[in-house]
Design a protein around this ligand. Structure first.
Ligand code: ATP
Ligand code: MG
Length: 413
């Protein structure tokens, strides 16, 4: 026998018995984000590598360690590790800045990161997200957070925690970075390798470190003092206060977390995460924030923007298992030709209908119907002679015989 080929590590099939959960997430995303005026955008899964090195940032794990990159015709191409950079590229390339602001876009799709596979962490995974361009006021931040919260509510996920923070702007952050570096300097040799590498390039990211020894260092009082200081400038502080005001008014519960810095380089001012207590260590379902510098950095007119991405696998693992929809009807009959005709007739009327293509015994067909359909549609000799069908509700056992033309009514009992 030939050798069996297995799925790549860190990737998964989405099997027919599970796909309805994905349809549910996608349908709700369309419904909820449409309410806020977001339009769906679909960008390519492959992009030039430079988009991510410039758009996600050279100091991030994503760009340094996690990208699937390959050469083709002398071009370096990368499977997208996230979709903000692709959406920003498309926004610029398609002249969307000429549209009246705000431009509101949402997306869903596969992302690829070469990470260590574990519960809640895959190499091909899916995100659903939104991006809003053109509004610098905190109304945009608030609306994006509201869209995220209401999407999660629409999925039936209420037991989640929203965390927010403000990273200030490049100006006020510079001073904070310097202070942080100064206070961390005596501990430099005790920091993990990643932290040592980030110390110069992106010291804020140190706060995001998950290594216990590093976390202990950050708990020291002189470091805590810097972390908890109000370093952000007056304008940034106003932006943050106003955002919190909107969230309070909209009854969005949130926690302020000064250690929330997010993995990506491009954020400024607002950052947020939504976490679940039921996910173990990979507990973030949603990450987002404001990225006013990114459009400019990728060659567009400087444009304020804010967005988020959610991990769809993590959302699905939080949802109670829902049963897949059954067929509307399964035709039970030993008259194959008549069955074929009836099945097509019912499909033409919009029903999901199957029958036994291999002409098994009547009793076997009935057993199958009970497994896969809401109704058994029985087409016996009598029914055919009278142009009728018998419809059996497989849940209640109730059975009626009706004229064939009106049997769709009986199927919607
Ligand atoms: P994490 O801290 O979990 O690595 P991240 O900061 O890398 O998250 P983002 O890049 O902001 O995550 O992506 C947003 C969301 O996408 C995350 O909150 C998570 O739900 C999901 N996500 C990220 N990486 C993966 C992965 N490898 N597998 C499954 N889901 C993921
Ligand atoms: Mg990550």
């Amino acid at each position: 026998m030939a050798k069996i080929i297995k799925v790549l590590k860190g990737t998964k099939d989405i099997l027919p018995q599970d796909v309805h959960m994905w349809h549910f997430l996608e349908k709700k995303a369309n419904e909820v984000f449409s309410k806020y005026g977001f339009k769906e955008i679909r960008t390519p899964i492959i992009e030039v590598t430079e988009l991510f090195s410039r758009g996600v940032g050279d100091t991030t794990d994503i760009v340094n360690k996690e990208m699937y990159t390959f050469e083709k015709s002398d071009r370096s191409i990368t499977l997208r590790p996230e979709n903000t950079a692709g959406v920003v590229r498309s926004y610029i390339e398609n002249g969307m800045s000429r549209l009246p602001a705000p431009v509101k876009l949402w997306y869903k799709g596969s992302m690829f990161r070469y990470e260590r596979p574990q519960a809640g962490r895959q190499r091909q995974f899916h995100q659903v997200g939104v991006e809003m361009f053109g509004i610098k006021q905190p109304t945009a931040d608030a609306e994006v957070i509201l869209a995220a919260v209401n999407y999660l509510k629409a999925l039936g996920l209420n037991d989640l925690e929203v965390e927010i923070n403000s990273l200030g702007c490049p100006k006020c952050r510079e001073e904070f970075k310097n202070k942080l570096k100064a206070v961390l300097k005596p501990y430099f040799n005790d920091l993990c390798e990643d932290c040592q590498n980030r110390y110069e390039k992106n010291p804020l990211r140190l706060l995001d470190c998950k290594v216990e020894d590093c976390k202990k260092i950050f708990e020291k009082s002189e470091i805590q003092e810097i972390i908890n200081s109000d370093f952000i400038c007056e304008e940034c502080a106003e932006h943050y206060t106003e955002l919190k005001l909107y969230l309070d008014k909209m009854d969005v519960k949130y926690k302020e977390n000064k250690l929330l810095v997010r993995g990506l380089d491009y954020y400024n001012r607002t950052v947020f995460e939504i976490k679940s207590n039921n996910l173990g260590s990979q507990n973030a379902v949603c990450g987002g924030g404001r990225y006013d510098g990114l459009v400019g950095q990728l060659g567009g007119e400087p444009t304020p923007a804010v967005g988020f991405a959610m991990g769809m696998e993590r959302l699905i693992s939080l949802l109670p298992q829902q049963e897949a929809d059954k067929l509307d009807g399964y035709i039970v009959s030993n008259f194959l030709t008549d069955t074929f005709v009836l099945a097509e007739e019912l499909r033409g009327k919009g029903l999901n209908v199957e029958f036994d293509l291999s002409n098994k015994k009547f009793s076997k067909q009935l057993e199958k119907a009970a497994k896969v359909a809401k109704f058994a549609i029985i087409l016996g000799e009598d029914e055919i002679a009278k142009n009728q069908v018998s419809v059996k509700n497989l849940e209640t056992g109730e059975q009626v015989t009706v004229d064939r033309e009106i049997c769709t009514k009986a199927l919607k009992l």
